[in-house]
Structure formats: C-alpha cells, structure tokens
Design a protein. Structure first.
Ligand code: FPP
Length: 243
C-alpha cells in the first residue's frame, strides 16, 4: 500500500445528489426543458439501484428546491405531475426491494395530488428496512433552519430549554429528519460548483464531488467513479491523522 492510499476506506452511509442539468440536456437536443426532467427518471432509477446493490443506507435526491417555485408555472406543474407519476409507477418495485420512501422539505407547499401520492408511498414503505430514499421537495437548507429555530424558540418560550442549554445537538434534532445521519458525500452534476441551499447544516463535513455530466446522462458508471474517488479521500473532520 502506498503512502497516498489510506488503509481504511471511507465508509459511505448517506449519499446526497443535486440532480442538475436537465434543462441544458434538453436544450442541447433542441427539445423543451421538460423533456430533460422526463429523461431524469432513468438516472434516478440507476442511482436507487446502485445504492441498493452496494448497501448505501440513505440516498437524498434534491428534486425541488424552495427557489424552484419561481420557475414558470407550466414547468413547476410538469415537475409536480412527474413526481406523482414517478411514485405511482415505481412504488411496487420500491416496496418489493424494501426501499423506504421518505421526504424532506416544506411538504405542505406541494399540490394536493402529488402530496397524497407521496404520503401514501411513505406510509406504505414505513416498515421497510432497505435503502431509505429521501426526496427533497420544496426543500431549502435555510428554510429548514428557520423552521428548526422557530421550534427551538417555542421550547425556550415554554421553559423547556434555556438559551444556554442550546447545543449543536439541539439544532440537529430540530431539523426535518433528525434520525438521518449527515451526508458523507454530496454529488452535483452539470458542472455547477455550489450547494444551492442543499442540506446546509448537515453537509458541514460532507465530501463534495462535482461532475460535468448532465443529470439525464448520469449512469451507474458515473456514480461508481464518484464513490471510488470518495472512498480514497481522507476524512479528518478538523482533526489531524498523524498524531
Ligand atoms: C435541475 O435541472 C432539476 C430540477 C430543478 C428538477 C428535478 C426534477 C426531477 C429530476 C424530476 C422530478 C422528481 C422526481 C423525484 C421524479 P435544471 O432544470 O435546473 O437544469 P438546468 O440547470 O440545465 O436548467
């Protein structure tokens, strides 16, 4: 083993993906942007399969941000319809593969139809012990912190906690999915080099991986490459490794 190869491969429990580039993928083919969102489904399937096959515990997909509501009405409507159709078409196979469907975000902002489908998928798969597939919908890291701080402020007002008693754990446990571990690796497709409000608190020590591949072109082999690079990284969490 060379000095550059760590003796212990970094474990990968939670993978987050910022699925970007659908619009550019479509435009580069002379298609409407919505065709890119449609084509994104294959990449989602491959990512879910890969995580199931390799024993990754949690996969969070950034499907719709709090900022995405500002897109043209027709595009928002299309994405919401796609979400509903995606769940309908895939719920049997997800359930058979013991996938637990979950969601994070301001879910009450979603239109009634997709929300009903989502809630029914979450209830149906709540007891599954395989991959936890977390859809980030109407999600924003800042909005999540605002919601969490409001909850903590309520606890302070009720005298359940003192301001001095607030710790990092208090904040972590006030977020939408407090039982989910922080993401180990966050992948963003399409060449943009930013987090765009994705899991801001939770990604403090996440490894970041950026690729130029547009989301609809993203396949298992690309995911494998990202995971292989991640496994070679040394995660120090602010400490040193040669004490
Ligand atoms: C980013 O590409 C993609 C989105 C904001 C929407 C993602 C939606 C889906 C993958 C489909 C619905 C979700 C599920 C779970 C079925 P972009 O449009 O920002 O691309 P661009 O940066 O090239 O314009």
């Amino acid at each position: 083993m060379t000095s550059s190869s760590p003796s212990v491969l970094a474990p990968l429990t939670h993978l987050g993906i910022i699925m970007d580039g659908n619009g550019r993928w479509a435009r580069s083919r002379g298609l409407k942007r919505i065709e890119g969102h449609k084509a994104a489904e294959t990449s989602i399937h491959e990512s879910v399969e890969y995580c199931g096959e390799t024993g990754i515990g949690y996969l969070t997909l950034y499907a719709f941000s709090t900022e995405n509501w500002k897109r043209p009405r027709a595009e928002v409507g299309f994405i919401m319809a796609l979400l509903k159709r995606f769940i309908r078409r895939n719920i049997d196979s997800l359930d058979q593969n013991r996938v637990r469907v979950r969601a994070t975000g301001r879910l009450n902002d979603l239109p009634a139809g997709p929300l009903r489908e989502l809630r029914s998928a979450m209830e149906r798969t709540a007891g599954n012990d395989g991959l936890q597939l977390i859809l980030a919908l109407s999600y924003g890291g800042r909005a999540e912190l605002v919601d969490g701080f409001r909850r903590i402020a309520g606890m302070v007002r009720n005298g359940d906690i003192s301001p001095e008693g607030i710790t990092e754990d208090t904040i972590s446990s006030s977020l939408y999915l407090p039982d989910v571990p922080d993401p180990d690796l966050v992948i963003r497709t399409s060449g943009e080099l930013r987090l765009s409000n994705f899991l801001l608190w939770q990604s403090a020590y996440s490894e970041l991986y950026f690729t130029d591949v547009l989301w609809p072109d993203f396949r298992k082999k690309h995911l494998m490459e990202a995971v292989e690079e991640y496994r070679r990284r040394r995660r120090r969490f602010g400490e040193v490794d040669d004490v």
